[in-house]
Design a protein around this ligand. Structure first.
Ligand SMILES: Nc1nc2c(ncn2[C@@H]2O[C@H](COP(=O)(O)OP(=O)(O)OP(=O)(O)O)[C@@H](O)[C@H]2O)c(=O)[nH]1
Ligand SMILES: [Mg+2]
Length: 291
């Protein structure tokens, strides 16, 4: 996917590959996404965070984040909080459209772009769709609600699916398990912080954990930097592994070459040794003669 050109300008186009468009069309499966033009509009009308990308600082990199979790865990609310710093008005129809945003966040004083995509909860039961979504993203924000224990159980199942998918395809991928609605009173809370943290600790791939609140905004600003940092860490580790494998390969190559050369040298030495033995008496004779 190419980067947006001139945020908020009419030409602002985020170019998606055909595969991504197909995936998004199926995933969002909304009627208005029927024509190519409408898909483009739907995907580019996303608001940029702040004054626009690249006005002052160029992003140092980009991340694609998948947001998934049980129905009503607050995916849309949290994304709206993170990307627009507001809590969404309750939709009169009771249906909040799934959100897909492009926004930016700082990690260690560097600006990064985040493409964030909410997986509609009706697609959670379609392993193929979830796996496609995992395939085009770098990390997942896996949400449960602190007042809904079954949503944590579902998150655990989704983490298993994510781990299985990325391990099978030998990809680096990280998860941020987040318990939303931390603002809710003690009487509403059914999942303790320690329980969420314990579940996150048992996931098979790199996982961070936090509690957040889309209502109060508590910890919301830390979500994307945390996800980005974990992706960078994995990318760094994978780069180190690649470099190390390359070094081992080069050393093995040199050792093979060295062994071949060593054999040649040994052969020459052997010949020289033979030559010396044969010629020694002759030289000795000459030296004696010169004396
Ligand atoms: N107390 C509290 N309520 C929240 C919070 N975030 C979301 N909610 C409420 O939870 C309900 C579901 O929020 P959504 O953002 O629509 O959840 P969702 O995960 O996007 O839901 P689906 O897209 O239907 O799966 C709404 O009534 C929100 O007002 C939060 O941080 N605290
Ligand atoms: Mg939603």
């Amino acid at each position: 996917m190419a980067v947006a050109r001139g945020a908020d300008s009419p030409e602002s186009i985020i170019v998606w590959t055909e595969e991504e468009k197909r995936y998004l069309r199926r995933m969002l499966s909304l009627d208005f996404l029927s024509s190519g033009e409408e898909i483009r509009r739907a995907l580019t009308v996303r608001r940029m965070n702040g004054a626009g990308l690249g006005a002052a600082r160029k992003p140092a990199g980009e991340f694609r984040i998948l947001v998934l979790g049980a129905k009503g865990t607050g995916k849309t609310s949290l994304l709206t909080r993170i990307c627009h710093n507001r809590f969404p008005n309750p939709d009169p129809t009771g249906v909040e459209a799934p959100q897909s945003y492009r926004t930016t966040a700082d990690i260690d004083s560097q600006l990064y772009t985040f493409d964030v995509l909410e997986l509609p909860s009706q697609n959670l039961w379609r392993n193929d769709l979830v796996q496609q979504a995992i395939g085009i993203t770098d990390a997942a924000l896996l949400l449960y609600s602190t007042s809904d224990l079954p949503s944590l159980h579902l998150a655990r199942g989704l983490a298993d699916l994510i781990a299985e998918t990325v391990i099978t395809s030998n990809r680096e991928y990280s998860i941020l398990l987040a318990g939303n609605k931390s603002d809710a009173g003690a009487e509403e809370r059914t999942v303790a912080y320690s329980e969420g943290s314990r579940v996150a600790g048992a996931f098979a791939i790199k996982t961070s954990f936090m509690e957040v609140s889309a209502v109060s905004g508590d910890q919301a600003g830390l979500v994307l930097p945390k996800l980005g940092r974990d992706v960078l860490l994995l990318r760094g580790i994978s780069e180190q592994r690649r470099e190390y494998a390359e070094k081992v390969r080069r050393e093995a190559e040199l050792a093979t070459q060295g062994a071949a050369q060593g054999q040649q040298v040994a052969g020459v030495r052997k010949k020289l040794g033979l030559w010396k033995r044969i010629s020694r008496p002759f030289f000795l004779r000459r030296e004696v003669a010169q004396v």
